[in-house]
Design a protein around this ligand. Structure first.
Ligand code: FES
Length: 130
């Protein structure tokens, strides 16, 4: 932020220099819900989320997509969309997926993360939350 004074001195004006937009560190950031519940309520961990997370990490790495400027896959807690689980979300697009097995994860990696094409058949229904 910088300040300046008007030339006639009649008033001080505060000039805020807008911060330049920061480039995205990752092209895509993927979050997997790995939440585990012990009370019997639905949770992604009970539906294979950990294995899917591991699969995604390994497929992203194998495809040469991992790292700055590319793709980062992270663990997350409950994303509050348990009724649609197991779920993951891809940013910056904020595309939510509900997956079933490894082939779904492979398709998300190949289609969305590698080629930028959303996998329509795996989209989480918009009305499903917790
Ligand atoms: S337990 Fe996965 S979204 Fe809530």
């Amino acid at each position: 932020m910088s300040t300046s004074t008007s030339q006639d001195g009649a008033a001080n004006a505060l000039v805020c220099a807008a911060a330049p937009a920061s480039p995205s560190y990752y092209k895509n950031h993927v979050f997997f819900c790995l939440n585990q519940r012990s009370n019997g309520e639905a949770c992604c961990a009970a539906q294979g989320a950990e294995a899917a997370f591991d699969r995604c990490k390994s497929q992203v790495k194998a495809a040469g997509l991992a790292g700055p400027g590319q793709v980062r896959v992270n663990k997350a807690g409950c994303l509050d969309r348990c009724a649609a689980g197991p779920v993951l979300v891809v940013y910056p697009e904020a595309v939510w997926y509900s997956y079933v097995d490894e082939s779904d994860i492979d398709e998300i990696v190949e289609s969305h993360l590698k080629n930028g094409q959303v996998v329509e058949r795996l989209l989480t229904p918009a009305h499903l939350g917790r």
